[in-house]
Design a protein around this ligand. Structure first.
Ligand SMILES: [Zn+2]
Length: 385
């Protein structure tokens, strides 16, 4: 257990807040694996400032299980921490530190147990997959997943170790986040007929989105274990205009649409896009240089099919006979969609402690995580015998 605790403290000691590079952490993991005779594959971002890493332990044959984790963490700015967030402190049966629970804890358990994997004479491999930029819209993983799907032999299951208290999570919503920039024409506020108000058009879009929210609210799925059991849409930020007496030239707003995996998110998005198109045409008719533009980040939702191999395997290893749904997004939908992989979400720690000051993981959760991976090692060492 000490080696696992040491590995957690080691990974936490790298400040891998998403805005920073994760290269020092990845280089360290790469050389740790190299010392154990394991070759790492890096899948970097375009400018080479961040990278994914995947590696195979055991024979490079079909039937592998992927342990997936992200290396980035959320910021600590403006949070009131009792201790240094990048220095793990053990207290009252807990390990405190940024990322202990979300989700360097899981990554560390997998890495610390690599020597046990090597000793176990695996018949089928265990792959480790570490991503970047998960916390800012799951931006990094798809590049790695597509390469894995091309280069690795067929995979039996992907386990995304986000904190579920070691319960087996088979569903979460997708997230469509959009930043909208409205560009109008400024004028003196006494001369509204000479301007095109960006805030006026922002208000129209906000009303439109709020009406959609009320429609979604009226469409709950009674049999879903999700709270709330309907899709949601919310305008999170609005920022427009520069003075009381100026018709606003610019306005930006953001919305976040969390969609059930049972629903096609394109239906609502097409509706919003069409409405924005109408508004833009109306603005342009008044002044040709007006525009409404959008930047979109889409992270797909996730639902495991009925008789899913990853689900059965995780339930067996975690000793659970039921599954849960989780309220947050993960890379699971990307492993399913981009890799065609049977995928499940199951990891130590509680999401209640994630993203907060004094983030911690219970040592009892770490122990359950270790047991889970040890049982997976036994499974991969015995399959096909
Ligand atoms: Zn996470």
């Amino acid at each position: 257990m000490q080696n696992v605790k040491d590995m957690i403290a080691h990974l936490v000691s790298f400040d891998t807040v998403s805005s920073k590079s994760n290269l020092p952490l990845i280089e360290d993991v790469k050389s740790y694996l190299a010392d154990l005779g394991i070759n790492s594959h890096l899948v970097p971002n375009e400018d080479g400032t961040k990278t994914n890493l995947y590696a195979t332990i055991g024979p490079n044959v079909a039937g592998g299980v992927v342990l997936s984790g992200h290396t980035d963490v959320v910021p600590v700015d403006d949070q009131n921490w009792s201790t240094d967030p990048f220095k793990v402190v053990e207290k009252d049966g807990r390990l405190y530190g940024r990322g202990t629970c979300d989700m360097k804890g899981f990554c560390a358990i997998g890495l610390a147990l690599v020597p046990e994997m090597l000793k176990a004479d695996l018949k089928k491999p265990i792959h480790i997959a570490l991503s970047y930029d998960e916390e800012v819209g799951c931006l990094g993983a798809p590049f790695m997943i597509r390469e894995m799907a091309k280069k690795l032999p067929p995979i039996d299951a992907v386990i995304v170790g986000e904190p579920t208290n070691m319960q087996v999570a088979e569903m979460h919503k997708g997230v469509h986040s959009s930043t909208i920039h409205i560009s109008g024409l400024e004028a003196h506020s006494s001369q509204t007929h000479l301007g095109v108000s960006a805030t006026r058009y922002a208000a129209k879009i906000i009303n439109f989105i709020n009406d959609i929210h009320d429609e979604l609210l009226a469409k709950p799925y009674d049999d879903l274990p999700l709270e709330p059991n309907h899709s949601t849409i919310n305008v999170g930020r609005v920022n427009g205009g520069i003075a009381d007496n100026i018709v606003a030239k610019d306005c930006m707003l953001t919305f976040d649409y969390r969609v059930l995996p049972q629903e096609d998110h394109a239906v609502i998005i097409d509706k919003i896009d069409a409405y924005i198109g109408e508004l833009e045409a109306e603005m342009k008719a008044k002044h040709a240089a007006c525009s409404i533009t959008q930047e979109v980040v889409w992270t797909p939702g996730f639902a495991a099919p009925k008789d899913d191999p990853a689900k059965s395997l995780a339930m067996r290893l975690a000793g659970k006979n039921e599954t849960i749904a989780v309220p947050y997004g993960t890379e699971a939908g990307q492993f399913q969609n981009d890799g065609g992989y049977s995928t499940i979400v199951c990891g130590p720690g509680s999401i209640d402690q994630a993203h907060k000051p004094d983030e911690f993981i219970e040592l009892s959760q770490v122990e359950l995580g270790v047991q889970f991976i040890r049982d997976l090692i036994k499974h991969q060492a015995s399959v096909g015998k």
